[in-house]
Design a binder for this molecule. Sequence first.
Ligand code: ZN
Length: 233
Amino acid sequence: MKPLLPTPLTVLRTRAHTLFHGVETALFPASCPACGFLPLPPNAQWCTQCDDALPWRPLAAGPPSALFTPLRAALDFRAGPTRTLLHHLKYRNRPELAFALGQAAARRFTPPPPKALLIPVPITPEKYRRRGYNQAERFAAGLASVWHVPVDQSVLVRRVQHQSLTELDRSTRLQEAHVAFSLADGALNRARGEHWVLVDDTLTTGATLHACAVALTRIRPSGVEGFCAAWAP
Ligand SMILES: [Zn+2]
């Protein structure tokens, strides 16, 4: 089969796009997604002022949980620029923010024990198609790049739900969350990590993380840890 070669028009279009993009970047440097107006330092995803204002939580602290040892949340959702950053990384097509936040969190928090495996909370295939990425997976990938532990997003599956969990009251949400997650086909035979860390972007009631942990207990890992970008109690 004849290879597809770019036509002169395609080449011209590409060059024009590159040129105009360069001019646009020079005239309007990228601004901080959290505060919206300060320019970004080189290779940064948010400005230094917002970086200083990130409300990192105490290293070992997290909401109480009988299932997780430990359950940690890196940032306070309701303080500083956290809420805005999380909104952008989840709803504004900014997966690189989730990755950068994962890297920043990993540098502040102690890594999980050896043979750990990071398991991001899955989103439904429908949501994945619409969003183009799973923000929990991107956050986990950022953690993994600093902690040097693997990420496995093929262990858990999330069933299609016709209503978002956030739209439900607490008791219905707990009920719904338990049927939303299950083990993927073959997951029972490829339980690689001995210490599993469930990773999510925002922790609210804990129903989602709890439902994932219940699904995982079928494989009986030696420990289940929870790590979230932020906690909104
Ligand atoms: Zn800023």
